[in-house]
Design a protein around this ligand. Sequence first.
Ligand code: NDP
Length: 265
Amino acid sequence: MPDTATDYRRLFDLTGRKAIVTGGSRGIGKALAEALAAHGADVAIVVRSTLNRAEEVANAIKAEGRDSFALQADVSDEAEVERMTQAVMDRFGRIDILINNAGIVLPASAEECSLDQWRQTMAVNLDGVFLVSKHVGRRMIAQKSGSIINIGSMSGRIVNWPFRHAAYNVSKAGVHMLTKALATEWAEHNVRVNAIAPGYIRTELTDEVLREHPDVVANYWEKGAVQNRIGTVEELAGSVVYLASNAGSFTTGEVITIDGGLTLR
Ligand code: NDP
């Protein structure tokens, strides 16, 4: 435990820690990868198709003096997840931090949602978190330490009407419960598992909605939050650094909602 002011300042230090961020080529994942690196971590960035953009993120991190590289893997494919995990072990030798951020939204009301859309949503958002956690978790259990942070959503807590995406709601609620189950199973191995449940955050994902439905954004997204606005990717970074670092050493199984108060009323 820290016993001096200097030690307290080091609580958030991630120097030498090795991290994986899935979906780190843009949006929330990119910001979280940059934030971990800014606190001293070396970061592997995993994407399904946007490898060039992930390499740009990795190169920018390297230019700041940390090690970083990009890998292609579909988080919903167990063979690819296994290969990706081994590639990170080969490069870094250990994995201290995992950010399960990759996710998709396929907007479709329940009566229109095809079984394929439903399964695709579950495959990436829920199976993906399970598979990457399973393979990275094995390494963390072996090394007797690790911190996993899942990016859930306020949509796993409430049905954010007027949007209709039951599959997304269910997948994110599943992520929250998986977080609690893994935290319970792996506590004895000194592996902590937590989640962040963001509200509306400005990314390419939400920019599309902003372009197509500005009225919905103004009336529901902004007015819905007691802070009366959408959030930025940077506003999620502090909570993730907290959970990844020694500052969060007594926090596990927690889902931290960061939504400008949207789920308050
Ligand atoms: P973006 O769509 O901007 O980015 C998604 C990232 O995930 C991309 O890097 C994408 O890379 C990657 N990805 C998608 N599918 C896969 C896959 N099968 N395997 C590997 N990587 C994949 O999303 P955001 O940054 O907005 O969101 C990030 C996370 O935060 C998601 O889980 C989302 O559900 C969650 N969230 C977002 C909110 C928001 O308001 N933006 C609110 C609440 C939660 P590629 O294209 O190469 O596959």
